[in-house]
Every structure is written in C-alpha cells, then in structure tokens.
Design a protein around this ligand. Structure first.
Ligand code: ADQ
Length: 489
C-alpha cells in the first residue's frame, strides 16, 4: 500500500460488525444526518494507531430506494464507514430471528426457543437461510472494498458464517473473528441444528478470539467433539490447517472515564446526587434490559436483604438503570413488566411517604450522568446470569478511585476472571447469598475496600480496550495464512 506521495501508508483494518457505530436519520430524499455512537469498540479501535480502520456494517435503517442508499453511502464514507443494506424481511429473519432469538439465548445457556416443535423447525430453517444470506451480503461488501494487504476483523455471533464466505472469495485474505458473548459448553452448542456448519465456517478464519480462556476451551471442545477435529495448544487443526484460537479479554478506555470525572458538568451531577441521597448508601445497577443480566434476581436479592435487615431501611437506596433493548420481542416486554411489578411491590412494602428503596429507570443515561452515578455509588451490583465480559463492572471501577466502593459481581460474567480478586463474587441464582453479600459490602471496612479497589483499578487501567484491539490485530497480522504458505512451498 502506498499513499499519493509514494510513502508507504498505514495498513488498512476492515472492521466488520452487524451494526456500524453510527445512528443515521433521514432528513430528506438524499440527505442524512449521522451521529457516531461512542461505544467501547469505537474507542478501542481509535487507539490502534498503526492501522487505518474502516467499518463495514448495517446502518440500522431500512433504505429501499437507490437515491437514499447512494446518499447514505456518501455521508458514511466521511466517517470511514461502509454500509451493508439489509431489507426488512432479512432483518426480521436474520437479526431478530436467528441472531437474537436463537444464537443469543443459546450462547447464554438459555436454550433454544420452546415453541411448537414443527413450527420451530420450519422457522429455524428459514431463519438460518436468512442468516447465511445476510452474511453473504456482508462478504460481498467486504470483497468489493478489500485491497491486498488489508486485515479483516469480523465481530460477534451475527457473523459466524462470514469467515467462510470471505475465504471463498479470496483464500489469501487475512481474517480474524472475535466473539463478544460467551461460547457455551459443547453440550449446549450440540443442540443447535446448524452446529457443524457454523463451527466449520468460523474455522475458516485465521485467528478466533474469545474474552476468556474458558470460552476458547469450549469452542475447541465443540470442534473436537462435534466435528471430530484435533485440538492443539494453539487452536484447532483440520487436515494440516491450523486455526489459532485464543483468549483476548476486552477492556475499556479507562482514561476517558477518569478524565470525565474532572469536568465541571460531571462535578455538578456528583454534587446533586450526593445531596439527593445524603444519609443513605447508594447501590447501583446499570444494564441493558435483557434476561441475561439477571435484573429480577438482583432486585429480589435486595428485597431479601431489606427483609432481613430492618436497621438498613431508610439508609440504603438501589438505583437500577435499565436501558430497554429489543422492545418488539415479546419475551423482553414480559421481562419489563416483571421487573416493574417486583419494583412496585418492594417499594410498596418498604417505602415511606418520603423515600422509596428502589429507583428504577427504563432508559439510557448520557455518558456524563453515568460517570457521576458510578462515582457516587457505594456498592455496584452486577448479577448477570451469563455475560461475555460485562463492561459496566470495569466502568464502575474506573470511576471509584476516590470513593473505593465495593463491586458485587456474578461469577458467570467474564469479568469475574479479571476482577474476581477485588470483587465479592456471587452466584446470582442464589438470592440468599447475594443478600448476604450486600450486607458484607455495605459494612466493609475502609482498608479492605481500599485493598480490593486497588487490585481492580490497576487491572482496569492497565488492560484497556486499546490494548485488547492492538493485541488481537497484531496477532492476526502475525498469523501466516495457509494459502500463502502453500504458495511459498
Ligand atoms: P452488553 O451486553 O451490551 O455487551 P456490557 O459489556 O455491560 O454489556 O456493555 C454495556 C455498555 O452499555 C456499557 O458501556 C454501559 O455503560 C452501557 N450501558 C448499559 N446500560 C446503560 C444505560 N442504562 N445507560 C447508558 N449506558 C448504558 C456485549 C456483551 C458483554 C461484553 C460486551 C463487549 O454482552 O458481555 O462485555 O459486549 O464485548
């Protein structure tokens, strides 16, 4: 790759994810307004200095007409983004169906949908067909923009079929795939009707990454037990071709959170919150409203704690911020009403005329408000039933350097493997244990809090999102693509 002035330009990194990191709103026939969403992945890739990153993905909107598509493509190009256009039917079958209704619950140990068997089988097949078709559409766009020497990094369970499609186009393309959710035990993966096809497709990648060593081990076991392939310390081998499999734990852009705490706007928020909850300890939960996050279990544990500790009534408040997602899916609607009902019951039971024990918000908070909340919290409660990593626990730790609050963390979150020594680890299904841990966290002495916080703070600030992205991409770059090896021989 050479730039116009003849000097070698940076190597290009094509990041392929289901969603582009932008929200697009149509303002007219050929005009769009775009807003970059500053998620963890965006800041991680901004930190990868030696590559020039371009994003490929769905913009999250249906654009049926050519004029609209052309205008959106042009507007996105300025943000280094390239769109994949998916129509409504594909989105329904591929995204809502196969990704969110089948793979997401299965990978979090919630099993396959329990509808009428025949209906499930029928819809399963059409959803899988749509999944493959959508992945092929992503591959077409990648292939169209690929230049020799580029590195292609595919993300998440939405794109498990992509590595195979890409290698069919070009066997010398360097392809990595990273999973943001857990990879379940091979006995769970075994129940998936398309289990072998998906594994084989992922194995077409040169490097396959997971958040934890356990997920990587489950993946290798699935390949050995279901496909009969050989697992090696480096990965999985199939007829002399090695796919490297390894753990790459993600992190956050910790500096962004630490710097934000100094901003006058955040300081004002902090002051307001301290006044509002003065005389009470603050407990915090921040989650997408999803069954995997264990929100009902968390609230029931808090109820048990109040039941058993009348001395804490009026002295503690739980703030649960739950941003709604997938609101058109009936199970998610059911979860929302279930949470509302439990919160209402507990507030009715333990509230007074002037205060309630739980403040539950069904919405997203902006970054500055979130930082302020993390900073004033005494105890953060993460009770995921399963979670690939859980970045909320990292964000909380990053904002706690002056307060040194306590993190209660589910042992089923990937983060338990990195923050386990500083947090109180719990089994979120055991409500009695979580209630007991709430008491321990609220009563914990300052020196013990300091010791635990220090351990976690060092981890969070030295294992950042930038390190994660850099490590993955440089390992991918170092893998020798099998096809190139053959050509050299
Ligand atoms: P998520 O399931 O979305 O991510 P998580 O890692 O906790 O879970 O990240 C959530 C992000 O959304 C955090 O940055 C948090 O600040 C933000 N957020 C959540 N609720 C919010 C609210 N109410 N208001 C504002 N912001 C809110 C998936 C996997 C995880 C994995 C990540 C990254 O499920 O296990 O850690 O990808 O790989």
């Amino acid at each position: 790759n050479e730039s116009k002035d003849g000097r070698p330009s940076k190597q290009r990194l094509l990041v392929v994810a289901n969603r582009l990191p932008v929200s697009a709103v149509r303002r007219g026939e050929d005009s769009w307004s775009l807003e970059i969403s500053a998620g963890g992945l965006v800041s991680a890739l901004l930190g990868v200095k030696e590559f020039e990153a371009k994003w490929i993905g769905w913009a999250g909107v249906n654009v049926p007409d050519e004029i609209g598509q052309r205008a959106l493509t042009k507007a996105l190009a300025e943000k280094r983004c390239i769109p994949v256009f998916l129509d409504e039917e594909i989105v329904h079958q591929y995204y809502n169906g196969y990704c969110n209704n089948i793979l997401w619950p299965l990978f979090h140990y919630l099993g396959l949908p329990q509808e009428d068997r025949l209906a499930t089988t029928r819809s399963f097949q059409s959803q899988f067909d749509a999944y493959k078709k959508a992945n092929q559409m992503f591959a077409d766009v990648v292939n169209e923009h690929y230049e020799e020497g580029d590195v292609v990094w595919c993300h998440d369970y939405h794109l498990m079929f992509l590595p195979k499609c890409l290698k069919e186009y070009n066997s010398t393309m360097k392809v990595g795939w990273f999973l943001h959710t857990p990879f379940p035990s091979s006995e769970i993966h075994r129940t998936l009707p398309s289990r072998s096809e998906l594994l084989r497709s992922v194995l077409a990648a040169d490097l396959v990454g997971f958040h934890t060593y356990d997920y990587a081990r489950h993946f290798v076991s699935a390949c050995t037990r279901i496909l009969g392939l050989e697992g090696t310390p480096e990965g999985v081998e199939d007829q002399g071709k090695l796919t490297r499999v390894a753990a790459f734990p993600i992190g956050i852009d910790s500096d962004r959170f630490i710097r934000a705490l100094e901003l006058p706007k955040v300081q004002d928020h902090i002051r307001e919150l301290k006044e509002r909850f003065s005389g009470r300890k603050v407990m915090l939960g921040v989650d997408r409203l999803d069954m995997i996050k264990g929100i009902p279990q968390k609230i029931l544990a808090f109820e048990k704690f109040l039941e058993e500790n009348p001395n804490w009534h009026d002295k503690v408040v739980l703030l649960q911020i739950a941003v709604p997602t997938r609101t058109d899916v009936p199970e998610y609607q059911k979860l929302t009403s279930q949470v509302h009902e439990i919160v209402g019951r507990i507030n009715g039971r333990f509230g007074t005329l002037t205060a309630v024990p739980i403040h539950h918000l069904d919405r997203s908070l902006d970054f500055h408000a979130l930082c302020a909340l993390y900073a004033v919290t005494d105890v953060a409660l993460v009770t995921s039933l399963r979670d690939g990593m859980n970045l909320v626990s990292y964000e909380f730790v990053a904002c706690q350097d002056s307060k040194k609050g306590v993190l209660i963390l589910s042992e089923f979150a990937g983060a338990a493997q990195s923050l386990g020594a500083g947090a109180i680890l719990v089994n979120p299904w055991n409500i009695t244990e979580v209630a007991f841990s709430i008491g321990c966290a609220l009563d914990m002495k300052a020196d013990e809090r300091e010791k635990r916080h220090r351990h976690n703070f060092i981890h969070v600030t030295t294992h950042t999102a930038q390190d994660w992205a850099e490590t993955f991409v440089s390992e991918l770059n170092d893998t020798i693509v099998e096809a190139q090896l053959r050509m050299r021989q």
